[in-house]
Design a binder for this molecule. Structure first.
Ligand code: C5P
Length: 228
């Protein structure tokens, strides 16, 4: 099953507290976005990679990433939109019509592994849609508007969603078109499929597959790289 991958990297990245745009922050001497691109470039099931960058960084991406590293599966980058969902939709529209499976993976998660990618692709081929997730480790409280505990939620059935998420292409196209025409905003792509009443399979993600958002996350990511 050959897959195309959308890499949304068009966020503002302001929460890192750095001037450097997030995709180009150096991690182990290389741009953050390159870390996940490289894993997909090497994956046998991946045929195409569609990076999505802020419009004003398309040239920087070409110069600092595409021209410097061997990434022959990468299509020319396209400009993203106001929110992540818009950026994924832009990437989706840029993919060839005949793609069978589409994987979406945030550029902000540099520690993605080939094993997790294989799991989501195989599960999407079988069930239509799948995402990587990890069981909730903390006790979760529901909070009232006044800051009081309403209840302690049973965490045994709670999982934290990650990317990659993978879909049969037609399902993801339908989910995004419907969300767009309904004005629906979800915080991940799987939720757009869920609202169509279609099945979505959870597969085992990894606690290492962290998202780099804050300065603390970046420090943690740099420590993880040093240990590897
Ligand atoms: O902001 P958040 O951490 O949810 O972003 C997750 C991913 O979505 C990041 O890789 C970010 O670059 C991307 N994104 C995007 N377009 C936006 C906002 C976020 O591609 N407008």
């Amino acid at each position: 099953m050959r897959a195309a991958v959308i890499i949304p990297a068009a966020g503002s990245g302001t929460r890192t507290g750095l001037k450097t745009p997030k995709p180009f922050i150096l991690l182990d001497g290389e741009p953050l976005v390159l870390h996940s691109l490289r894993v997909f470039q090497r994956h046998r099931a991946v045929a195409l990679i569609q990076p999505v960058l802020p419009r004003d960084l398309l040239g920087t991406f070409r110069r600092r990433v595409l021209q410097r590293y061997p990434l022959n599966k990468c299509l020319p980058p396209v400009a993203g939109g106001r929110e992540r969902q818009d950026s994924v939709f832009m990437g989706l529209k840029a993919l060839p019509e005949d793609v069978e499976i589409v994987v979406v993976h945030d550029a902000a998660r540099p520690f993605i592994t080939a094993a997790v990618i294989t799991r989501v692709i195989e599960a999407a081929a079988r069930h239509g849609a799948a995402l990587a997730a990890v069981p909730a480790q903390d006790t979760i409280k529901m909070r009232s508007r006044r800051g009081m505990v309403v209840e302690t939620v049973d965490r045994s059935s709670l999982w934290q969603a990650q990317t990659p998420q993978a879909f049969r292409a037609g399902i993801l196209r339908e989910a995004h078109s419907r969300a767009s025409s309904d004005g629906y905003r979800g915080t991940d792509d799987a939720s757009l499929v869920e609202r169509l009443g279609l099945p979505v399979r959870l597969v085992e993600g990894s606690s290492r597959n962290m998202k780099v958002t804050t300065p603390g996350d970046l420090a943690l990511a740099r420590a993880l790289v040093r240990k590897q």
